[in-house]
Design a binder for this molecule. Structure first.
Ligand SMILES: [Zn+2]
Length: 426
């Protein structure tokens, strides 16, 4: 996708890469950028996420802030004429911002297959922006990827070198937060959904086929052979049932909000047209748990988000495998208090899907959700402005059993009770 560069382009892109190198030396994700108008630089930035502790301090955002402080109101006009040179395809957050600012052109290094918001997972169409930016993509990709590799290798002291080499195509599985907490307006939930669907499809989901790959080595009599096949098919069916139990449990719980499980949003027209309830602001807190037998590090990237009912929001969890063995994980979740679960809708999340993490590997796991505007009409929730979303990651094994939702002793009390709200589920 690389295109011929003009001499001017080369000079400015070189500066963006120099800034990316500076970021790398400061243990930041190596991304740098320069904004240029009529051959003159108006602002520059590099990633400052770790330095500031602010997950939105991406190179592009840092540069835009600098431009605004330098040029004030004039910035809007300047940015509309500007060319952005950046060492890596801007993430979803930054790309969306660039489209809304209406910059003229973008020249970037490597594609960012998991988070790239220009072409890889996002696009102007998905942000519902008519404005089209001229794009020169995939320039000096190797150099950009080289820096990212250097960064992740620094961050992954546990990964044995020979194993890391085999993971080259999956560089993006180890991506640190390019996008951490974004509260989207209801304007673009569908675009965000599309982004997330593609994004999460990149996450490894173990195929049942892998489990069934047991070669038959029966070379005895035909009867014995048949018997072996019979037993094997039973084993396969049993394994299949174990896996089918998970989607079945999910379907049951999602249909019923059972156990504080939230609703899964399917009516996208409704989402696109729902009205934000400005006068209620709900605090959504995030919690993560791993049982002691699970060796992943798993935590939310934000402790809380404030969201109006009728507004979509995006949050992320991070999971990392610090061990030297691949581990498969699977998560379940619940929401407390249970009453609120009826109104909590997940448009996309990572629960109930198996994820495999290689040694030292880290992934960002998105939760894209909204609270139904009807929340404000439920008298039981009149004084409830704080909810807790909790995910637990288990190590997935063929014998793994999630709690049986039909077992009466697992049945939570979901009756609304105005004077007493359950503290914690499970
Ligand atoms: Zn970004």
């Amino acid at each position: 996708m690389s295109e011929e560069l003009q001499e001017d382009d080369r000079i400015f892109l070189e500066q963006a890469f120099t800034l990316a190198e500076e970021a790398l030396n400061q243990d930041e994700v190596p991304v740098g950028c320069v904004f240029v108008v009529d051959g003159e630089e108006i602002g520059r930035g590099r990633n400052r996420v770790n330095e500031t502790g602010d997950p939105t301090r991406h190179a592009e955002m840092v540069a835009v802030t600098e431009i605004w402080s330098k040029y004030g109101e004039e910035s809007n006009n300047l940015l509309k004429k500007s060319v952005l040179y950046v060492s890596l395809e801007p993430c979803i957050m930054c790309s969306s911002a660039m489209y809304q600012l209406g910059i003229r052109k973008m020249v970037y290094g490597a594609e960012n297959p998991r988070f790239g918001g220009v072409r890889s997972v996002g696009s102007a169409e998905k942000y519902r922006e008519e404005n089209n930016i001229e794009i020169v993509a995939g320039v000096w990709a190797e150099r950009s990827v080289g820096m990212l590799k250097a960064f992740y290798e620094k961050q992954n002291p546990f990964a044995p070198p020979e194993k890391r080499k085999t993971k080259t195509p999956k560089l993006w599985s180890t991506t640190r937060p390019f996008c951490s907490v974004i509260t989207w307006t209801t304007k673009s939930p569908l675009s965000t959904l599309a982004v997330l669907q593609r994004k999460t499809s990149a996450v490894n989901v173990l195929s049942i086929r892998q489990l069934n790959k047991k070669p038959s080595r029966s070379d005895k009599s035909a009867d014995q052979k048949n018997y072996t096949y019979y037993v094997m098919s039973l084993v396969i069916v049993a394994i299949g049932c174990t896996f089918a139990a998970i989607p079945a449990y999910r379907i049951f719980c999602e249909q019923t909000s059972f156990g504080g499980l939230t609703q899964v949003a399917k009516d996208f027209d409704k989402i696109a047209n729902m009205k934000k309830c400005e006068d209620r602001l709900i605090r959504v807190q995030f919690n993560s748990d791993v049982p002691s037998s699970m060796r992943w590090e798993f935590k939310p990237q934000q402790h809380e988000i404030f969201v109006h009912p009728g507004e979509t929001a995006l949050a992320f969890y991070t999971a990392r495998n610090p061990t030297d063995k691949p581990i498969i994980g699977i998560s379940s979740y619940n929401l407390t208090p249970f009453q609120a679960a009826y109104y909590f809708n997940k448009i996309q999340c990572f629960c109930f899907e198996e994820q495999i993490l290689n040694p030292g590997e880290q992934v960002d796991l998105p939760v894209f959700f909204y609270i139904d505007p009807d929340y404000v009409n439920d008298p039981a929730l009149e004084y409830l402005d704080s909810i807790l979303l909790s995910y637990t990651f288990f190590e997935a094994k063929s014998g793994l059993k999630l709690p049986d939702p039909f077992d009466p002793k697992n049945r939570p009390s979901i009756a609304p009770s105005p004077d007493k709200v359950p503290e914690k589920s499970n």
